[in-house]
Design a protein around this ligand. Structure first.
Ligand code: SF4
Length: 211
């Protein structure tokens, strides 16, 4: 087993037995994340919901189905990317993440980023966006201003393109947000391809088959 794979398994095992914040008392299953550990694109959402808590997998409910459609719209499959959240355990009643929980849990996310080394991180929703912007030392304003944007950022010394858009769950019953999210996906992946070409003279992300 490669050392990358062993380190990944170590992170997963630590999350599974984690008691660093009170959410361990109410979770059914922690949700470390899922996908390729060599992924060039990482999605970071807010926290597991009810279905995720029941299954231990991220984005498996209706929001997950919508995310799959969004991925397909830019030529990607779920197994080609990595999907996780800023919190690995479900807040009761799907309430917003608390600051102490974010502080306790995000070291796992930083380790996942350090190990997987994605070229692009897409924050889904304002909580993930705010936390990732803060870690990168960037000024966060709000989602209505920032959605669809892509900026160069450094997270723990790892250079990435950091993009933000709405959380798919927020768009499920809101047709306006739904189309905004679809537009954002197109815009974000166009910007990523353009940036790749500028920096490398070719598209590194050759699996963006919509080009
Ligand atoms: S949310 Fe994170 S810090 Fe809290 S118990 Fe779960 S894994 Fe540990």
């Amino acid at each position: 087993m490669s050392s990358k794979y062993s380190e990944y398994n170590r992170i997963v095992e630590e999350i599974k037995s984690c008691t660093k914040c009170p959410l361990h008392k109410t979770r059914r299953n922690p949700v470390p994340g899922e996908g390729s550990i060599d992924a060039e694109v990482m999605f970071v959402g807010e926290a597991p919901g009810e279905r995720e808590d029941a299954t231990g997998r991220p984005f498996v409910g209706a929001a997950g189905k919508f995310l799959d459609q969004l991925l397909a719209s830019v030529g990607l499959r779920r197994e080609e990317v990595y999907i996780t959240n800023i919190l690995k355990c479900r807040p009761p009643g799907n309430r917003d993440p608390r600051e102490d929980e974010i502080v306790a849990c995000t070291p796992y996310l930083w380790r996942q980023i350090e190990l997987i080394k994605p070229k692009v991180i897409i924050a889904l929703g304002r909580h993930a966006a705010r936390v990732l912007y803060a870690k990168a030392g960037l000024k966060w304003t709000n989602m209505s201003k920032k959605h669809g944007s892509v900026v160069e950022a450094s997270i723990n010394g790892h250079r990435v393109l950091l993009a933000v858009t709405y959380h798919p769950a927020a768009a499920l019953y809101n047709p306006k947000l739904r189309s905004a999210l679809q537009e954002d996906f197109k815009k974000i992946f166009e910007a990523v391809k353009a940036s790749d070409k500028r920096r490398h003279g070719r598209s590194l992300l050759d699996y963006f088959r919509t080009s």
